[in-house]
Design a binder for this molecule. Structure first.
Ligand code: AMP
Ligand code: MG
Length: 539
């Protein structure tokens, strides 16, 4: 056959779409698409709003293959129209979900899918149900005062980061396509009274379910016990079938499993230096997936106190270092919402699963990052001293950890030899002289001794140790300034930057000599540039 499309991939338009969510749960009785409170409903049926000239800008080949969907043959054909919200295929029964949430620690009442519309469900090649959801496809009953649209810059960020996280091995929602709408969207990017028109876009994101903690919170807040139980049972039956038919014991096991998955997800974020930026309870997935890529950022200089979100600059609630505690707090909000289904001791047991999981997974990840053995029990001095050093002087997290594998371990080496592999990690060259250099040298001495001792004890070879470290320390992450360069180019009509990042970020742990420019400290021009150091929620 002389076709480039493998025969097992089919065009999107040929798929049979299912609507299990819509069929199983309580619909909003009103079909009116105006912002309003929607008591009693789990979701509202709503159609995407057509846009001027939908055009496919980017496609995830890897996800397409997983779903069995062929890359659209044309950038302006039926697929682009569907993925941009201008057409709906047969069998699709689009809906927006109703949920609430705690935003920045305060109960915010009804929120809901204000600009997300699920088109339908398909079975992927492993027979797993997957929802296709458009973000930015127009108003819904949950849009409140906003327009239901999304700008190109934030859509590029969501598209690239979803797939980058997947390839890093981190639980996440996925992104299949990026479509330019051909329409302008007005945003006051800095919230300073200077609104401007930006190009609009729609991302098609994909996950088995987009249900969040907040879906349960709204039902609990308004005493909608039936909806709460129905949604819990639906999530368990279709997304946690291994737990068995819903019962008090199964609810307990379910909550514990949500807790476990959430802890694993956050530990991974900490491992790679990902800062979500808006960990409100409406942005916490019931499946333990990273969800809602908004003003997220990646640590460049290592800093527990860093947040990319300008809205959080004062309260500093969602900084890198706070993430484990915030996830725990969010889980406690879910526990409160589920208290009608679960006994207090089952909720407490689930909360403990979160703590225990994080406390066992995170030290193991750190040990892999450093190429040492996990030290059980008391505080690990090697780790404590390292965090002190990283925090003290601006040190690039990704480069520091990646190059740590190259630090020579032999006894009796001089300080300069030990430090040499790490040189590129430091933002100020003069830290390699003076007091900091001495502290760093002392730490490296202790670290090398520790690594030697651990290798002697475990029998791990240096090659095995380095491979273990390289699997844990990505070389390529979606640095904020790198994403911004791809956005700038896409805004000017060139999607080559997006495609290049897609390619490189598919193999984040591998050496890719042709991509060395993407393995670099944040350049000075990006230090204070919007989108590179600070991001607003305006998207
Ligand atoms: P987020 O901070 O993105 O999680 O959004 C919080 C709430 O605001 C959710 O209910 C969103 O659906 C809604 N929202 C955010 N941006 C828009 C928008 N442009 N149009 C409509 N609703 C929005
Ligand atoms: Mg959200």
């Amino acid at each position: 056959m002389n076709t480039v499309v493998p025969p097992t991939l089919r065009p999107l338009a040929d798929f049979a779409f299912d609507d299990l969510f819509v069929r199983s749960l309580a619909a909003d009785a009103s079909g009116e698409n105006v912002p309003r409170q929607v008591p009693g409903a789990v979701y509202s049926r709503v159609s995407p709003s057509a846009t001027a000239t939908p055009r496919l800008l980017a496609w995830s080949e890897v996800l397409g293959v997983q779903l069995g969907i062929a890359r659209p043959a044309s950038t302006e054909g039926i697929e682009a129209r569907v993925l941009g919200g201008s057409d709906v295929l047969q069998g699709m029964r689009p809906y927006a979900a109703r949920y609430g949430g705690h935003q920045f620690g305060n109960w915010a009442g009804q929120l809901g899918d204000g600009r997300a519309i699920t088109l339908g469900e398909i079975l992927d090649r492993e027979g797993r149900r997957q929802e296709l959801q458009l973000k930015g496809a127009g108003r819904t009953p949950y849009s409140r005062f906003a327009d239901g649209r999304a700008v190109l810059r934030s859509s590029v960020r969501e598209f690239l980061c979803s797939e980058a996280m997947f390839h890093l091995g981190i639980p996440t929602t996925r992104a299949l396509s990026l479509v330019a709408t051909g329409e302008g969207v007005v945003r006051d990017m800095f919230y300073d009274g200077r609104p401007a028109t930006e190009p609009g876009a729609v991302v098609c994101r994909v996950a088995p379910s987009f249900v969040r903690f907040g879906n349960f919170e709204i039902f609990a807040a308004l005493d909608e016990d039936e909806n709460l139980r129905a949604l819990a049972d639906w999530v368990i039956r279709h997304h946690y079938p291994e737990l068995g038919e819903p019962s008090p014991a199964v609810y307990a096991a379910w909550f514990a499993e949500i807790a476990r998955r959430t802890a694993v997800m956050v530990a991974h974020w900490m491992r790679v230096g990902f800062v979500h930026g808006v960990m409100n309870t409406d942005n916490m997935s019931i499946l333990g997936l990273t969800i809602d890529y908004g003003p997220y950022g990646w640590l460049e200089g290592f800093d527990f106190g860093w947040t990319p979100n300008t809205t959080d600059a004062q309260s500093r609630r969602y900084t890198y270092g706070q993430q484990p505690q915030i996830a725990y707090w969010n889980l406690s909000r879910l526990a409160a919402a589920l208290s009608g289904l679960l006994e207090e001791d089952a909720l407490q047991a689930g909360m403990k699963v979160y703590r225990d999981t994080f406390e066992s997974v995170w030290p193991r990840m750190l040990a892999d990052k450093l190429g040492i053995a996990v030290q059980a029990g008391e505080e690990d001095a090697v780790l404590a001293d390292m965090f002190g050093l990283l925090q003290e002087t601006e040190t690039d997290m990704t480069i520091f950890f990646r190059e740590l594998a190259q630090v020579p371990l032999a006894a009796g080496l001089d300080a300069a030899t030990r430090i040499a592999p790490l040189r590129e990690a430091f933002y100020q060259a003069d830290v390699l002289e003076g007091e900091h250099a001495q502290k760093l040298a002392a730490w490296l001495e202790a670290y090398a001794a520790r690594a030697r001792a651990d290798m002697a004890e475990s029998g791990e070879t240096q090659a095995q140790r380095r491979a273990r470290m390289d699997r844990s320390n990505p070389k390529y992450v979606l640095r904020n300034w790198i994403a911004q360069l791809a956005i700038d180019a896409a805004t000017a009509g060139d999607v080559g930057g997006i495609e290049r990042l897609q390619r490189v970020l598919q193999r984040p742990y591998e050496e890719q000599p042709e991509a060395q420019d993407l393995y670099a400290r944040r350049p000075e021009w990006a230090r204070n540039r919007a989108g590179c150091s600070a991001l607003s929620c305006s998207s």
